[in-house]
Ligand binder design. Sequence first.
Ligand SMILES: [Zn+2]
Length: 269
Amino acid sequence: MRILWLVLLTAATLAGQRTELPKIEEWKGKTILVFTPHPDDDTFGAGGTLALLAKNGNRIVIAIYTNDDKGSNDLEMNSQRLAAIRKAEEEVACGILGIPKENILWMGHHDGMLEYVNSLALVEQATAIIRKVQPYAIFSIDPGREDVRWHKTDHRMAAMNSIDAVRAAEWHLYFPNHRLSQGLQPWKPEWVVLFYTKPSDANIWVDIDSVAELKVKAAAAHVSQWEPSIHKYRPDWDPADLGKFMAGFKARMSKKNGRYVEAFRVARY
Ligand SMILES: [Zn+2]
């Protein structure tokens, strides 16, 4: 009997420390929430894994912090038009990955301005999304990679804000108005999975070999993010440019043991 208690206690302790790692390839029928700073980081950072999850019957909701209305070198472009272009491109990219556009939540902030949004309002916004969607797992951008830390304001802010919102969402006394006036209950996901992870920080690699083509196609759907469209906007690809882009993108995709993979850092908490 004493041995049985010892075994149970050890198992409970291990479970509390989250020593196991998720087998994302085996998830079925789960709800997955993805926080992305811009309407393309989800594709580039986790597109293959999301395609796999969609194929395996999981429900995926994409929450996008900004409308990406600044990143064009075309002097004829304006922010309102660019936001509309980026929205349409994201809907196409998500469609390729198997995520319907109805599952995309636009959080409505301007590109590059996330750090100047009221930080309390921003964490409350993300917390409410978690409580509404009630995800089994949350995907978000890793706050730790060097260029993410200092280069891109929205990446820094989205990374920290999403993690803060995960903590807030589980305790009903954070933003109690959610429960009292909107009927939203506290929620804690089983997993937080961070993309754009520094290779040495990664602790899981999802085999996306079977859906690698979908990731490349989804990346190509973000036409305005790439040359030549980023300098002189055009809504489509010249076939020669498209072929070159797809080959180059595929060549840069991570491989492990000869198969395409995506690396993630799974946060243990
Ligand atoms: Zn981005």
